[in-house]
Design a protein around this ligand. Structure first.
Ligand code: SF4
Length: 332
């Protein structure tokens, strides 16, 4: 494809407007990888169907997510950015891979058991086949690397095992074993200071929020619980506000908060105001780009359609080899 160091694939469910957790945990890394790798980034809308009750917001969510990705610097000139369902070959590969997957392997996966627990009224095949579809996403583009946090390593191992099973069964080497591109994914806690930042927990700060909305959210952040009054000294090491200062504030400001919090020299209100100001400053160029992009929704969709076409060319190349390796009759 290009002179870059290899192919990176990553997919994310269309969750609509992205938040700081998505940005710090994934999007920043996606942007950074583009320089050295041929990156393929996919909005995995078919995966979303497994647990979705209504699909009314699916298109809008995909669009909003693409807007955030592009505004954050994911570059369609450098990377292939597209929507999973625009490349139907992925479902074909999923079917072939399912033939080399023992059923027990799927039912034993802790993630399947967890999904059954979360959605007892909708235990569909899609939930069970989820890891195969995930593997198909990666293998279709013959990706060398998948940027994953350590918690997702078992999914990648599953994909690697599928490659070995498929290649062994059909005596081929057409499928490529992907490697983990371990990423230092910071655990970004939400405004509650307890749980991972997430839309469903409503403890998130949206990238596209206005400066006023952002400040309002930051002011609700839970601080060092031992600091009850303004005159109490605090401990920044146990305070989530300080964790964000370490990301968004200058070295001098971080040092000042670290010092002054411990001697009650700064109050939590001022500390949070400073943080909100710095987050807003950091996101200013992102927000300007996002507003600009949102003026031309058809151009954003063009990016996704063009990415889908490019992805489909790659997918079809793989599928020709896969069908041939299996021994399916040629279509020509
Ligand atoms: Fe947290 Fe800042 Fe309050 Fe210290 S002053 S407890 S770092 S919000």
């Amino acid at each position: 494809m290009s002179k870059k160091k290899g192919i990176v694939f990553s997919g994310a469910r269309p969750t609509g407007r992205q938040h700081l957790g998505n940005y710090l945990g994934a999007i920043q890394n996606y942007v950074a990888l583009q320089k050295d790798y041929q990156c393929i980034y996919c909005i995995v809308d078919i995966h979303a169907l497994t647990t979705m009750e209504s699909t009314l917001e699916l298109r809008q969510n995909s669009y909003e997510m693409a807007l955030d990705w592009l505004a954050a610097g994911m570059d369609p000139q450098e990377s292939v950015i597209f929507i999973q369902s625009h490349v139907p070959e992925v479902t074909e590969l999923h079917t072939y891979l399912s033939m080399v997957t023992p059923l027990g392997k799927l039912t034993d996966l802790p993630t399947f058991k967890e999904k059954v627990r979360q959605h007892p009224d909708n235990v569909n095949y899609g939930l069970l086949g989820y890891p195969i579809l995930m593997a198909a996403d990666i293998l279709l583009y013959r990706a060398n690397y998948v940027p994953v946090g350590i918690d997702q390593a078992p999914h990648l191992e599953f994909a690697r095992e599928l490659v070995r099973s498929f290649n062994f069964r059909y005596n081929t080497n057409v499928l490529v074993e992907p490697h983990m591109k371990a990423t230092k994914v910071p655990k970004v806690l939400g405004t509650d200071g307890q749980q991972k930042m997430s839309k469903s927990l409503n403890n998130h700060i949206e990238l596209a929020a206005t400066p006023e909305e952002t400040t309002k959210r930051v002011m609700t952040m839970v601080t060092d619980p031992a600091r009850q009054r303004r005159s109490d000294p605090g401990n920044p090491d146990v305070c989530n506000v300080f964790s964000f200062h370490k990301i968004f504030s200058s070295p001098e400001e971080i040092e000042m908060v670290n010092r002054e919090c411990r001697v009650a020299g700064i109050g939590c209100v001022d500390c949070k105001k400073l943080l909100a100001q710095n987050i807003n400053k950091h996101l200013e160029p992102f927000r300007a780009r996002r507003i600009d992009l949102d003026q031309k929704p058809e151009a954003v969709m063009d990016v996704l359609h063009d990415g889908g076409k490019r992805a489909r060319v790659l997918a079809e190349e793989t599928m020709v080899l896969v069908r041939d390796a299996i021994g399916l009759p040629s279509t020509k």
